[in-house]
Write a protein that binds this ligand. Structure first.
Ligand SMILES: [Fe+2]
Length: 516
């Protein structure tokens, strides 16, 4: 993104001092179906602000500008300060945006202090964005608290869980594990009777479509609040592009929907534009964040960095093929480098699909493994488990999304109840809103299903397949503590949440210790 001088900003104003003022009308550069969602008090920064990918001395700041359709280039001022009133400013500058990046603005602020709260805003002549707050990572913490979330489908519910995370003073950082948006047409996967309807009104396949869908989600008031209050690290799962995606295709991509690589690139481009991710030269989303000697947060892309096509079942001829991979060769080597780094105590892995094993009950008394998860790639999964055991890698903790149920699992090769073969533990976070089992089954059947999960998975210590929520993880030298939280409902806006379950994992022992 180019930095340009204040002079250009002034010049733009002189050319047409009124064109920059944003009135809500069909002249705005936004999909017409989104106009009713705009809050005029936020003009022209209707989508709020966001921060992400914090390090000890830097953070990415983000906003989006919505002005008249005729404007194709916009210079914008940014400011950052130590206080919300900007009486102690520490930096400002001019950047710009254009239709090339869908009028999103991203700036990587450097030379910051570690473990420091900062306030930031964006300005155009006569207009100022809401003030965001963010936090740089600590250099050598003794404790750190993160919230994990995944699967926030707009049509399935209100983002009450996002607001709960935004309001939790203990949370230093939010990690989104994917399915931040969903690609479907209205009413295909959702319940529009609650009044939340997808825009555009079709399955998204083009760059314009993906940008519009992100715009819809980013106008959600609870999501705006979350981004305003907390820095976020994000990774995609499948629905940011299409269901059950892999490098060369997706279950929900058909030949009449155009070229897959073109569609994939459109989804990726819109994702990078609309989220506060640090752009990098190699354009891989997998990356890591080190917090002193306490922990390394390792963020995976199990979707489109290297994944080969899923098979249908364990009886498929290709199931055990050693060439099949969920990470790809480069990401696997990169992950092993991270895991064998002895300078941090905890390896917290932000992961999309269950590492497992995870047997799924079919409600008729039998079960099968989940082919879209790590279980669908048994050669690579086993290889990784054996490497963790052989190299005596301690304190590996998987934080996983995708599945729309909460689980607490101990990871071994075959899911035995014994703990001496555990190599790691795994917390699967349920969805922010996406359908759980009780959206497909009666409540009683879903409860029966919950028991089946426990029966088929003796290494699984906890299941909630009914509620929508998030997970908060506190990392300390001696232990990690994980809390499972749930909204009372996502069918309507609600302020009621509950903490249902807590686990502790002690330093050096991959065993789940329930606390209640
Ligand atoms: Fe999902």
């Amino acid at each position: 993104m180019k930095r340009i001088g204040l002079m250009l900003l002034m010049l733009t104003m002189l050319v047409n001092p009124f064109i920059l003022k944003a009135q809500i009308s069909d002249e705005l550069n936004i999909h017409p179906d989104l106009i009713p969602l705009l809050d005029k008090n936020m003009a022209p920064f209707y989508h709020g602000v966001a921060s992400g990918d914090p390090t000890e001395n830097s953070v990415v700041l983000w906003t989006k500008v919505t002005l008249n359709k005729n404007i194709s280039f916009i210079p914008i001022e940014w400011q950052i300060a130590e206080d919300p009133d900007f009486k102690k400013p520490i930096g400002k500058g001019i950047t710009s945006t254009s239709n090339e990046q869908d009028f999103t603005v991203k700036i990587d602020i450097t030379d910051l202090e570690e473990n420091t709260k900062y306030y930031y805003r964006f300005m155009l002549p006569g207009d100022t964005s809401i003030v965001g707050q963010t936090l740089t990572l600590p250099k050598d913490p003794t404790e750190f608290t993160m919230a994990f979330a995944s699967c926030s489908n707009y049509e399935w519910g209100y983002f009450n869980n996002y607001r709960f995370i935004a309001e939790d003073p203990e949370v230093d950082l939010v990690v989104h594990l994917g399915d931040y948006i969903y690609e479907y047409a209205p009413n295909v996967y959702g319940d529009t009777s609650i009044g939340r309807v997808n825009v555009p009104a079709r399955e998204i396949t083009t760059l314009d479509d993906y940008r519009t869908r992100h715009s819809l989600y980013a106008l959600d008031r609870d999501l705006i609040k979350l981004h305003q209050m907390k820095p976020m690290i994000t990774t995609w799962d499948d629905h940011e592009i299409a269901n059950n995606g892999y490098v060369d295709g997706a279950q929900n991509h058909q030949t009449n929907e155009g070229n897959w690589q073109t569609r994939k690139n459109a989804g990726k481009q819109a994702y990078y534009e609309w989220l506060p991710i640090r752009d990098n030269s190699y354009h891989e989303l997998y990356r890591s964040f080190k917090l002193g000697t306490l922990l390394e947060l390792v963020i995976l892309d199990t979707r489109i960095a290297g994944r080969t096509k899923q098979v249908d079942s364990e009886s498929d001829a290709g199931y055990n093929d050693s060439a099949r991979t969920i990470l790809g060769k480069d990401q696997y080597s990169w992950l092993m480098n991270k895991l064998t780094d002895k300078t941090t105590r905890w390896k917290i892995i932000g992961n999309q699909v269950p590492f497992g094993p995870m047997y799924q009950p079919d409600m008729k008394g039998s079960s099968d493994k989940y082919m879209d998860g790590w279980d669908g790639y048994p050669f690579e999964r086993k290889k990784l488990i054996k490497a963790i055991a052989r190299l005596k890698i301690k304190n590996v903790v998987w934080l996983t999304g995708d599945y729309h149920c909460s689980f607490a699992l101990e990871n071994d090769i075959d899911g035995t109840v014994t703990t001496d073969d555990n190599v790691s533990v795994e917390f699967v976070v349920t969805s922010i809103t996406s359908a759980n089992d009780d959206e497909w089954l009666s409540l009683d059947s879903a409860k029966t299903g919950r028991q089946y999960y426990l029966d088929f998975n003796p290494h699984c210590k906890y299941v909630n397949n009914i509620d929508n929520g998030y997970v908060v993880v506190k990392v300390e030298n001696t232990q990690i503590t994980t809390h499972f939280y749930y909204a009372e409902t996502v069918r309507e806006p609600s302020q009621i949440k509950r903490k249902e379950k807590t686990f502790i994992v002690m330093d050096g022992k991959p065993v789940l210790i329930p606390q209640d």
